[in-house]
Design a binder for this molecule. Structure first.
Ligand SMILES: Nc1nc2c(c(=O)[nH]1)N[C@@H](CN(C=O)c1ccc(C(=O)N[C@@H](CCC(=O)O)C(=O)O)cc1)CN2
Length: 298
């Protein structure tokens, strides 16, 4: 048996084509499209490549894109003032501050400074609170969890009544996706267990999962014998495990032993080309949603 591959790269194409049409309609209706600012502090190579991808995608969709790069030693006060400037800018509908930030800056203070109306990352406590309440309250879902849920749904995996096991408890992936999969509604209604690397008998928990979502940041953590035959496996890990000597590019590995897992799982996401591309796609979707909200409100 070889698992069906759930390709984030392919799904990205489909969703971006839908968004492109929406941007055309928005420009016809309002004379302008979505505006996104990307704020990058310092020169972390991974962050630089993610922000470059975000800018490229936004421009390809016809967004108004502002790239605001700041030096590593910017003070927290100056960064907060910069965010406030964009909170007030009527041409900007989405504010993205790339994480992680340098140690001298308090990440929570920065996230809290972004207007919840422009928080297209979905990290602000107001938006996380609305996500927990669910239903009509939901505003911007955090991008990686939203991408995971979209992949599960588009792959035709049944979620209602399914046993979902989430490995990892981060604020940006593990906690939100656990809540989202347990909500009432389509693409959810699951029975969720959230575990982590200190959980006793992690393997036994994973083995019960109809849908196994792994976001632990530990390369190759999940072994094939931890997987229920036929399960859908979503690998969120993007671990840099070496460098390709010929191309100089990073060699990426997920949190799942992919080659072997393919022999047991029913469906599986690859790394690269799985959840990663969906994160940026969902950022675009949130920005389009925010732009409609801001433009129609006036
Ligand atoms: N403000 C934010 N910061 C961070 C987020 C976020 O959602 N908002 N998430 C991560 C990084 N991230 C987006 O910013 C991200 C990670 C991975 C990918 C991706 O496409 N990965 C590719 C591989 C790309 C590579 O070669 O490195 C893949 O998995 O196929 C996109 C976005 C932390 N910070």
């Amino acid at each position: 048996m070889s698992a069906e591959i759930i390709s984030g790269t392919q799904m990205r194409k489909e969703i971006l084509a839908e968004l492109e049409q929406e941007v055309v309609r928005m420009k016809e209706a309002h004379g302008k499209g979505p505006g996104l600012v990307t704020i990058l502090v310092g020169e972390n190579p991974a962050s630089m490549s993610y922000v470059t991808l975000k800018i490229k995608t936004a421009l390809s969709l016809g967004f108004h894109e502002v790239q605001d790069n700041q030096p590593d030693d910017i003070s927290e006060e100056d960064l907060l003032a910069l965010i406030e400037k964009y909170n007030k800018d009527p041409d900007i509908h989405g504010i993205l501050v790339q994480l992680p930030l340098p140690r001298h800056i308090n990440e929570d203070a920065v996230i809290n400074a972004i207007s919840p109306d422009k928080d297209v990352d979905g990290f602000h406590p107001v938006n996380l609170g609305k996500m927990v309440i669910g239903g009509d309250e939901v505003r911007y879902l955090p991008c990686t969890p939203a991408g995971i849920q979209e992949m599960i749904v588009r792959s035709g995996t049944e979620t209602s009544g399914a046993e979902v096991v989430v490995v990892g408890r981060s604020n940006i992936v593990g906690k939100p996706i656990s809540v989202m999969m347990g909500q009432k509604g389509p693409g959810a209604n699951s029975t969720v267990t959230m575990v982590h690397t200190r959980t006793q008998d992690l393997a036994a928990h994973c083995k019960r999962a109809d849908i196994l979502i792994v976001a632990a940041g530990v390369p190759g953590l999940v072994k094939p014998e931890w997987i229920k035959p036929g399960a859908t496996v979503i690998d969120v890990g993007v671990n840099r495990v070496g460098t390709n000597e010929e191309t100089g590019k990073a060699i990426l590995s997920g949190d799942v032993d992919y080659e072997e897992a393919c022999k047991v799982a029913g469906k599986i996401t690859p790394v690269p080309g799985g959840v990663g591309p969906m994160t940026i796609t969902m950022l675009m979707k949130n920005t389009v949603k925010s732009a409609w909200w801001h433009l129609e409100r006036k």
